[in-house]
Design a protein around this ligand. Sequence first.
Ligand code: UD1
Length: 339
Amino acid sequence: MSKILLTGGAGFIGSHTAVALMDAGYDVVIADNLYNSEDVVIDRLEQITGKRPAFYAIDVADADQLAPVFAEHDIDGVIHFAGYKAVGESVQKPLAYYRNNLDTTLTLLETMAQAGVNRFVFSSSATVYGEENPCPLTETMPKGSCSNPYGWTKSMIEQILTDAAKAIPSLSVVLLRYFNPIGAHPSGLIGEDPQGIPNNLMPFITQVAVGKRPQLTVFGDDYDTPDGTCRRDYIHVMDLAEGHVKALEYAKGNTGAEVFNLGTGTPYSVLEVVHAFEEASGVPVPYVIGERRAGDLADVWADADKADRVLGWKTKRTLQDMCRDSWNWQSNNPSGYRG
Ligand code: UD1
């Protein structure tokens, strides 16, 4: 049975991908330093799938900790989720972001090379398209300038992986550019659990709905969009997770580096998401209109055609599904995993 290492596999997207992989018959090994996640996630994965993934609470940037994982398991491929991901914090602590996100990737690549593992799927972001490209964003567009160090780490890691794939003929790299993942596994056992005040829209909405925060601030309603609020391509995290399974299958039959958007191709505005959430949950979400947030773009959405054509993957779940599952997770775990 094929065995896949997930770095950052206890995090939001990593844990959902672990479920999708186990559902597809893969064995999963998780390496995660629990910087932004909890070890109870491993118990929850076992509850959902009936199988307990192997788990290493290690720092992937440390080759001495990582090499034994490859020695103990016959790893067929790696999906690299581990990394710092808070946009605002990355502006305050750029060196920490570059150090951590680049070091983990380089150590992982070197350790994989020593172990003879050559399938690498990377957790990238639509942020690498920058501000210059018009929507829908297509993989053939040139990458742009990122508005923050977090985004630049994704862009730089894409470059590192592309160069590595050119130099190492056996290496197969798939760069997955995520749009806006929300939702949760329908069991309500795993979901997004941000520390402190959420930066992202859906966790903020669910925390308002559950009574942890009084109201949502909508960041600007004077954008050049139909209702004046920003539009994004929200994607159900289980659809996203299934995209990783397809990417691994693709990496098995190909070498070189290939880029895929993982999005739905359909944008929704902030207010459309708020109203869809209220409908799906039956809970009102009080909001006020605030100032624009620095660095936000009016519109970000994917051309989702390439993943459909080449990977045979497209999203199946609706905005209603995303809102229902986000609410199911939050209402069952009002304080997240620490509840
Ligand atoms: C953000 C990051 C992106 C990163 C992604 C990871 C920025 C500029 N971009 O994307 O690089 O890959 O998160 O998940 O930070 N909104 C509100 N009120 C809130 C929170 C959000 O109105 O309290 C609005 C935002 O203005 C935006 C939309 O909701 O229009 C989505 O915001 P968010 O969930 O933070 O995602 P992005 O900004 O698209």
